[in-house]
Design a protein around this ligand. Structure first.
Ligand SMILES: *[C@@H]1O[C@H](CO)[C@@H](O)[C@H](O)[C@H]1NC(C)=O
Ligand SMILES: *[C@@H]1O[C@H](CO)[C@@H](O)[C@H](O)[C@H]1NC(C)=O
Ligand SMILES: *[C@@H]1O[C@H](CO)[C@@H](O)[C@H](O)[C@H]1NC(C)=O
Length: 653
């Protein structure tokens, strides 16, 4: 979990100085010298720029104009910003211009929450927050169509309207702009109360405001604007350290924003560049990205990436990224693992080896996953893992602490899980077995982690490889889901992509084997098998006395049909609560129902497990039915399934 101290940001009022000029209640900052701003978190004024984040990972920086605006109706703002990422081909998160009714002292989270929300209040209408987000997530090797975009958000991080960052030329063609190019850019946001129209435009620094806005959306902001509001910026970094700076900003609560003084801004930009060159050699040389076409931009980025790689290769031969509270260099990781010695080997996976390590500086125990350099597929999956894990934060997910690149190799550093994989504990030779209380706690924990991936995060994450060996136990024996190497992101409400079949036999849903398409429902199937495995202490596929493979789901169903379902409970368990065991077994069977529409959603599964909702009564015969059987439908109203939940989702949330 995120250290709470991070959230208890220092809030202070910087004394007024002269850089602000007021016009009829509006203001203009041509460069910043610390006047009339509330600064929060890591935000500061440096080199005459407003530095929202300073390159520290997992941090929040916010800045608000030092006074409220009362009952504004139409407003207009413009600002010039520069984002300096540590690498030209990888970036995290971004920042947002915000207009919010609540005072800027909310608890907010970094990473994907962009310093605007926390887990509880994201999406809540009582937030009364309007934001224009510049989402800089960008990863050359693993690009999502949603990356590098500008979005309009109201009360939530699920944008109402988004567009790839860029601008429309006078001839109607579109030019993409890479937000993390390190080049200054200008944004305009205009809201007109009579037409309820919000326009957002973006352009390279010193270019005119585009005639056609990038985003133009009808939006009634009356309920947000009717009482007093604060205007400002919220910004956050995740595992990748980016520096977000505002160079100039003008706001008018009633009418067009005052133009900025570009002669002053250009000086500030020079100052900022000089400061960066002095402070850090990690920041790559600024790249000039002319706004021509995407292909040109990509080509340039690749050239720069190659340039940086070659430059680094000539130097130390390594390329590291600082993550977490400490920075990991390849050297640190070599020292931590005694030179990746076999003694420290924890295991081998499909795409590399996992080592145990102790970081010399902090004496912290870590697990280090090292991708096999010969595996191209492995590298792709690793990048996917970084992109996803860097954004995710849940007590039942294995936390990524950071990563490092060394030549063509990638190393991921995780919290070390002292109690290892659940499969070893469940199926090991140890006489000492896991208590029921502990097993139920692990099941509930993994359900909650998976629910977060499916339902609670801004994108749907399909895990694709839920199994006991991917559930690791922390020092309090809580289950944590790891190994997102196979996970893929897709946007809420859109279909999962069809990709190659991934998963582990025994956990693969029938329709996944048939159609090769992973969905929330195929994850739920695997989770059902997982629950049965934990309760029964049997593997998903075991060989019976006559040498034939038997599926765990079939075996439990047979036991149930021939008497009591509780006879399938792990014989190693001396004590267990009958009602709880019955719930887990029946829910496990329901989750691994052959027909995907009979499977409950993860949210519902969590509710069943904590007894918020009663599991519908069904007989073992129901498990043999297919959706084409006549009796099938009569169960469906009683079992709000993952399928119906997904239909509800497509309208957004
Ligand atoms: C929204 O926030 C309010 C105030 O904090 C709270 O009372 C309410 O329960 C929240 N609603 C949801 C759906 O979380
Ligand atoms: C938004 O853009 C549209 C289309 O260019 C324009 O007609 C409208 O006046 C603009 N509104 C504001 C508030 O700038
Ligand atoms: C905009 O929202 C306000 C408050 O919710 C409402 O009173 C008003 O009628 C809305 N206007 C339009 C045009 O929908």
């Amino acid at each position: 979990m995120l250290p709470h101290s991070l959230l208890l940001c220092l809030l202070f009022l910087v004394p007024t100085s002269t850089s602000t000029s007021g016009t009829d209640g509006g203001f203009t900052f041509d460069g910043f010298s610390g006047g009339m701003l509330w600064l929060d978190g890591v935000a500061s004024i440096s080199s005459r720029a407003l530095m929202l984040t300073d390159g520290a990972p997992q941090s929040i920086g916010r800045a608000f104009f030092g006074r409220r605006f009362d009952s504004i109706s139409s407003f207009s703002t413009t600002f010039v910003f520069v984002i300096t990422p540590p690498y030209p081909d990888l970036s995290g998160h971004g920042f947002a211009f915000t207009v919010s009714a609540t005072p800027p002292i909310l608890d907010a989270l970094p990473s994907q929450y962009m310093g605007m929300f926390n887990v509880e209040n994201a999406g809540n209408v009582t937030n009364r927050l309007f934001a224009v987000e510049l989402d800089t997530i960008w990863n050359k090797e693993f690009r999502d169509p949603d990356d590098n975009h500008v979005g309009i958000d109201v009360n939530s991080l699920v944008s109402i309207s988004t567009h790839v960052a860029g601008y429309y030329n006078p001839d109607g063609t579109f030019s993409e702009l890479l937000l993390i190019s390190g080049e200054p850019m200008q944004v305009w946001v205009d809201y007109d109360d009579s037409s309820h129209l919000v326009n957002v435009s973006l352009a390279p620094y010193l270019q005119h405001k585009p005639q056609r806005p990038l985003l133009s959306t009808t939006l009634n902001l009356t309920s947000i604007l009717r009482s007093s509001v604060y205007v400002g910026f919220a910004s956050a970094t995740g595992t990748v350290r980016s520096i977000h700076r505002i160079i100039g900003w003008s706001f008018n609560p009633d009418g067009a924003a005052e133009p900025l003084d570009y002669s002053v801004l250009s000086e500030v930009i020079q100052d900022v560049r000089r400061a960066d060159q002095r402070s850090h050699s990690h920041i790559p040389k600024q790249v000039l990205i002319p706004a021509v076409t995407m292909s040109v931009i990509i080509t340039l980025v690749i050239i720069v990436a190659l340039y940086v790689c070659m430059k680094k290769a000539r130097g130390s031969g390594e390329w590291e990224i600082d993550c977490g509270s400490s920075s990991f260099t390849y050297k640190d990781l070599v020292a931590a693992t005694s030179g990746f010695s076999d003694k420290m080997l924890l295991g081998k996976g499909g795409f590399g080896k996992v080592y145990r390590g102790v970081l010399q500086a902090s004496k912290q125990d870590v697990a280090i996953k090292r991708v096999s350099p010969e595996s191209k597929q492995g590298m792709k999956e690793f990048i996917a893992e970084i992109t996803i894990l860097g954004h995710l934060r849940h007590r039942n997910l294995v936390q990524l602490l950071g990563y490092s690149r060394h030549k063509s190799e990638l190393l991921l550093v995780y919290d070390y899980m002292p109690n290892g994989g659940l499969d070893r504990v469940l199926h090991g030779q140890d006489k000492q077995s896991l208590h029921w209380v502990c097993r139920l706690n692990i099941i509930k924990g993994i359900a909650s982690g998976l629910c977060y991936l499916h339902e609670e995060w801004e994108k749907v994450v399909i895990h694709r490889d839920i199994k006991t060996s991917n559930v690791l136990l922390d020092n309090e024996m809580n289950g944590r889901l790891g190994d997102f190497g196979l996970a893929r992101l897709h946007n809420h409400g859109t279909d999962a992509h069809t990709t190659h079949l991934a998963g582990t036999w025994g956990y693969i849903a029938p329709e996944l084997a048939r159609l090769g398409r992973a969905t929330k429902a195929t994850d739920v199937f695997a989770f059902g098998v997982f629950m049965l495995e934990v309760a029964c202490g049997r593997r998903p596929i075991e060989v019976n006395d006559s040498g034939e493979p038997v599926l765990l789901t079939d075996w439990v169903t047979d036991v149930w049909e021939s008497g009591s379902i509780l006879k399938s409970v792990d014989p190693k368990l001396e004590h267990y609560v009958r009602e709880e065991a019955e719930l887990v077994l029946k829910l496990g069977l329901l989750c691994s129902h052959q027909a995907h529409i009979a499977r409950p959603s993860m949210r519902l599964i969590v509710q069943y497990l904590v007894n918020d909702v009663l599991l519908p009564d069904f007989q073992p015969s129901f498990l043999g039915l297919t959706s084409r059987d006549e009796d099938f439908d009569q169960y469906i109203p009683a079992c709000p399934s993952v399928a119906t939940t997904m239909t509800g989702l497509s309208g957004g949330r």
